[in-house]
Every structure is written in C-alpha cells, then in structure tokens.
Ligand binder design. Structure first.
Ligand SMILES: Nc1nc2c(ncn2[C@@H]2O[C@H](COP(=O)(O)OP(=O)(O)O)[C@@H](O)[C@H]2O)c(=O)[nH]1
Ligand SMILES: [Mg+2]
Length: 256
C-alpha cells in the first residue's frame, strides 16, 4: 500500500518486537483525527508477530499508514533513518519519529506542528519530559536521575543547554539540511538524537544562515508515561556513554 501523496506530515515509528505494546486503538483514533498526517511503521527485523500486527493496523487506514519492513534488526537509529529516507521523496512539510510504546501520546504531534507553523525560525521540536505542576510525567526515579546526568553530558558535548535530548518524540521541518543529516548511518543505536544535533551544528559551522540555538525548540510535554517493556539494557547505556565521546564534532556532507 502507498500513502496518500497529499500528506503534509509523516511520523516514523520504529518497531522492534512490538506485537504486545502497539496500541491499535490509539493509532486508529489518531489517524482519523489527523487526516493530513501519515504514519510510517518501520518493522526493524522483528522476530515476533510485529509484522502481522502492523499489517492489521495498516488495514485500518491504508492511505494514512504504511509499513517499511527491514530484513534485519539494525537498531532504532537505522530504522528511523531508513524511514526518513523513504519519506523524503513524498515531500512532506514535517517529518518526525515517535516511540512505538506511545509513552508520548500521539496527540502531541499537533502541538509540535503548531510550534513549527507559528515559530518559523525553528527547524525541529523535541519533546521534553519536564515535571511541572499540572502535567503528568511518570518516570522511575532511577531513570529520571540517570537522564539528568546524561543531559548534563550532552550539554557539555553540544554546548547547548538542552534539558532532554533523548525523548522519543521529535518533529522536523523537511529541508535540504535535514536530508543531508540523515544521509549517513548513525554511530549509535540509541543516542543518534545527539548525533542529529552534532550534524546540524556541523552544518551551522559551514553556513552563515544557520545558528543551532535558533533551530531547536524543546516542548514540555503535557503527558509522558514510562511504558513497561523497554529494550534498553545496562550494556547499551554504557555503550551510549562511550559513544557520546566518539560522536564527531563536525559532520561533513558528501557535497561539502
Ligand atoms: N529499530 C529498533 N527499534 C527498537 C529497537 N529496540 C527498541 N526499538 C524501538 O525504539 C523505541 C523505543 O524503545 P523502548 O524500548 O521503549 O526504549 P525506552 O522507552 O527509551 O526505554 C520503540 O519504538 C522500539 O520499538 C531495536 O533494536 N531496533
Ligand atoms: Mg519506551
């Protein structure tokens, strides 16, 4: 099936062994309420019944939902990258990625779009898990404190006072810069979000018109809920810390 070519926003959802976490009802509700937004569900070489589940979801709204099936498991970063590369030729205005567990409810896509619509200098909106009164951010204390340490390291690496680089809900304005940022594979399966920032910083360095501080908008989420079944292991966390130092500080495009 192919998506409606008139979609102005496409959300890539990487799925690895997600047969039990995918929420059909939430997805159906979302696509019916947002006819101009399409979902690209990337099956990252799952070994369970994810493919069957995705096909049953695609049948709900074939014009809005499409599946990209990768033969082998290659990690969240590559699944998202393949999804972006498949989506670029459809010329959406906005392209994003979203974790399959819907820890960030899909309703936030509309808020992210509103930011990009109304604050025209920003090129990307990152969901940010900030516990403020009146918001519902439910996270284990351990994960919260680990993420504060990680955020500090990311701030040192990027030189940006970013609060939450790792939230699995992000939306980008499609541009030649974005296409070049997604050209080459990422180094790390989990902290490719930091690589995206570093690649944009690299582009900003070679362009007078880009200033990284003006491109990223962190949007405090109304609701975020840890969903059981996370596949991140302690080894992956350690590997990510090491990779944080290995991420090149400057990304050069093939054309530069
Ligand atoms: N492509 C890919 N995605 C994965 C893999 N493991 C997890 N994911 C996806 O990455 C997203 C976030 O995973 P999750 O386990 O919830 O991570 P956490 O919430 O950050 O602990 C989900 O959409 C997963 O399906 C993997 O090996 N490959
Ligand atoms: Mg999760």
């Amino acid at each position: 099936m192919t998506q409606d070519p008139m979609l102005d926003t496409i959300i890539v959802i990487p799925c690895y062994n997600e047969e039990h976490r995918l929420d059909r009802v939430a997805i159906q509700y979302f696509v019916e309420a947002n006819p101009s937004t399409g979902l690209l569900l990337v099956n990252d070489g799952s070994t369970d019944k994810t493919q069957e589940t995705l096909e049953s979801i695609e049948r709900i709204h074939p014009g809005s939902i499409e599946i990209l099936r990768l033969a082998e498991n290659s990690g969240k970063a590559e699944a998202v990258r393949q999804g972006f590369r498949k989506s670029f030729p459809a010329n959406p205005r906005y392209l994003g990625f979203w974790d399959a567990d819907l820890a960030t409810p899909l309703q936030a896509v509309r808020e992210f779009r509103d930011v990009l619509d109304t604050r025209s200098n920003f090129q990307m909106v990152f969901g940010s898990r900030v516990q403020l009164l009146g918001r519902m951010i439910k996270r284990s204390a351990l994960r919260h404190y680990l993420s504060r340490i990680f955020a500090t390291l990311v701030s040192l690496k990027t030189g940006l006072p970013i609060y939450d680089s790792q939230c699995g809900a992000k939306l980008f304005k499609v541009s030649p810069e974005l296409i070049s940022v997604f050209e080459d594979p990422f180094l790390n399966r989990w902290i490719f979000d930091v690589e995206i920032i570093m690649r944009f910083i690299g582009l900003a360095k070679i362009s007078d018109s880009l200033k990284i501080e003006d491109l990223i908008y962190e949007h405090p989420l109304e609701k975020w809920q840890d969903v059981r079944g996370s596949k991140i292991t302690p080894v992956a966390v350690l590997r990510s810390l090491l990779d944080l130092y290995l991420i090149p500080s400057k990304h050069r495009t093939h054309s530069s």
